[in-house]
Ligand binder design. Structure first.
Ligand SMILES: Cc1cc2nc3c(=O)[nH]c(=O)nc-3n(C[C@H](O)[C@H](O)[C@H](O)COP(=O)(O)OP(=O)(O)OC[C@H]3O[C@@H](n4cnc5c(N)ncnc54)[C@H](O)[C@@H]3O)c2cc1C
Length: 442
């Protein structure tokens, strides 16, 4: 048998690199295999990395002059759009200003490569610097499963590699999780969405002037309604150091029904008056598209572990979009850390059977990842209700048009305007149901 690692990690995205960092720090030996030319080469995100786990992995990361992140988020905006209007809920606060920041914008090709560099540094500083590796440009073809049904390694690049434990962190297109039988062959269309995104370069000064930013502060803006022409989904615009990430996430089933194409919808979104003013004069320097989980908990495999193997990150469909933010990268980070901690414990105990690895599921259940996924399922479904992309944004914009218009006519009170716009767009019973559902689930 070839040399046996403590752990093999498939995928050098956020989940895989977070697992690798945790193993390297603990002095375990591992092989991480990434199919891209470098970590990040094949990855797409909006993207805001939420939470403070990055500080846990790379303490005081913000002190580094040329770190892998773009801007910390201190200004958040949610915009309801109709064809010509945009009604926003806008929040900015100095409580966001001090590190550790609770949200940073990232460009994955840069961020993942930077994080991989940090893992390399941790390997070099570990007691066994010559026994762990980050291997790129290699596709893992299959998981080796022995006669007893336990995973014992991987096949990649025509070779076999063995380990006490395998972590699958291959992302949403989880072919290996399907191969070992933890994921169903067929993923229903309403468990996944299509994401399309452009990086639009404006230059640092323009980004800062246009969005009223200072130093490394940044804005996130999410959009619903006309952003996707009323099709199930939403839009986003995030500020990077000198560019914007602008894109859409569109429900797969709804997109298919609409007969529209993602790039056609993205072009229409960028041409909306509110967005056109933000992207004006910019140069598109990157275009990408990728599938993303919707956050429907039914998409999470019934089990995320088996003998000798665990699944982390979006390979296990660990994503939540309940209206406040798309959380996929932070879930990938936390689940990668938890899978690695479980692997360390199992290797130490000399037992990587499912009886031992079920601790991973327990850890996930105890963490905010599964707690939030369970608590906000109602919100996930509410977000996909046709009223959220139809009646509600139109009502908000009609209300805004009258409420904010001051002309030389008698002025109506807000309640009267509300009553009228509600009547125009949604029946009273549906409106009451929507309100009750929002109060219950958000
Ligand atoms: C348009 C869009 C916007 C998004 N916005 C946000 C956002 O703002 N905030 C947020 O938190 N999340 C966002 N997400 C979701 C987030 O990007 C993902 O949930 C997150 O990247 C998952 O991380 P991961 O490490 O599990 O998988 P990935 O980042 O997909 O990494 C998987 C890695 O595995 C590698 N790989 C796959 N198969 C193999 C194989 N067989 N052999 C070797 N390597 C392999 C891939 O090359 C890749 O590097 C967005 C997603 C999209 C598409």
């Amino acid at each position: 048998m070839d040399e046996q690692f403590d752990c093999i990690i498939v995928g050098g995205g956020i989940a895989g690199l977070s697992a690798a960092m945790t193993l390297a720090r603990a002095g375990a030996t591992f092989l991480l295999v990434e199919r891209g030319e470098w970590s990040g080469a094949k990855n797409v995100s909006g993207g805001v990395l939420w939470g403070t786990d990055l500080h846990r992995l790379v303490p005081n990361y913000w002190e580094e002059e040329d770190g892998g992140w773009e801007r910390f988020v201190n200004h958040r905006r949610l915009t309801l759009m109709d064809a010509g209007g945009a009604f926003s809920l806008d929040f900015k606060s100095d409580h966001f200003d001090a590190p550790p920041y609770t949200g940073v914008t990232v460009l994955r090709s840069r961020f993942d490569a930077w994080l991989a560099g940090k893992v390399d540094e941790a390997i070099a500083a570990s007691p066994k610097p010559d026994e762990s590796f980050l291997a790129t440009d290699i596709l893992v073809e299959s998981v080796i499963v022995d006669e007893s049904g336990a995973a014992t390694g991987i096949r990649a690049g025509g070779d076999e590699f063995h380990a006490r434990c395998v972590i699958l962190a291959e992302g949403v297109n989880n072919l290996l999780a399907r191969q070992v039988g933890l994921e169903k062959e067929y993923v229903p269309a309403d468990h996944v969405a299509v994401g399309v995104k452009e990086v639009i370069r404006l230059g640092r000064e323009t980004v800062e002037d246009r969005f009223q930013l200072r130093g490394r502060s940044g804005l996130t803006n999410e959009f619903v309604g006309a952003a996707t022409d009323g099709i199930d989904g939403g839009g986003f615009l995030y500020t990077n150091t000198e560019s914007l990430s602008v894109g859409l996430v569109i429900g797969m089933a709804a997109l298919r029904e609409s007969g529209r194409t993602p790039y056609d919808l993205l072009n229409a979104f960028k041409a909306h008056p509110a967005v056109a003013d933000m992207v004006r004069g910019g140069e598109t320097v990157e275009y990408s598209a990728k599938v993303v989980s919707t956050g429907d908990i039914r998409g999470v495999p019934r089990e995320v572990y088996m003998d000798g193997l665990m699944i982390a990150g979006e390979a296990a469909h660990l994503v939540l979009n309940a209206g406040r933010a798309i959380q996929g990268m932070d879930y990938a980070m936390r689940s990668g850390i938890l899978a690695a901690e479980t692997a360390l414990e199992a290797v130490e105990a000399g037992d990587t059977s499912s009886a031992q690895l079920q601790r991973y599921r327990q850890r996930l259940d105890e963490s905010y990842v599964m707690q939030d996924m369970k608590a906000f399922q109602g919100a996930v479904h509410l977000l996909h209700s046709p009223h959220m992309t139809g009646a509600l944004p139109r009502m908000a914009c009609d209300f805004g048009r009258e409420f904010f218009t001051v002309d030389n006519e008698p002025t109506r009170k807000a309640t009267a305007i509300l009553r009228d716009v509600r009547k125009q767009h949604i029946g009273l019973v549906d409106f009451l149901k929507l309100g009750a559902s929002a109060a219950r689930h958000l």
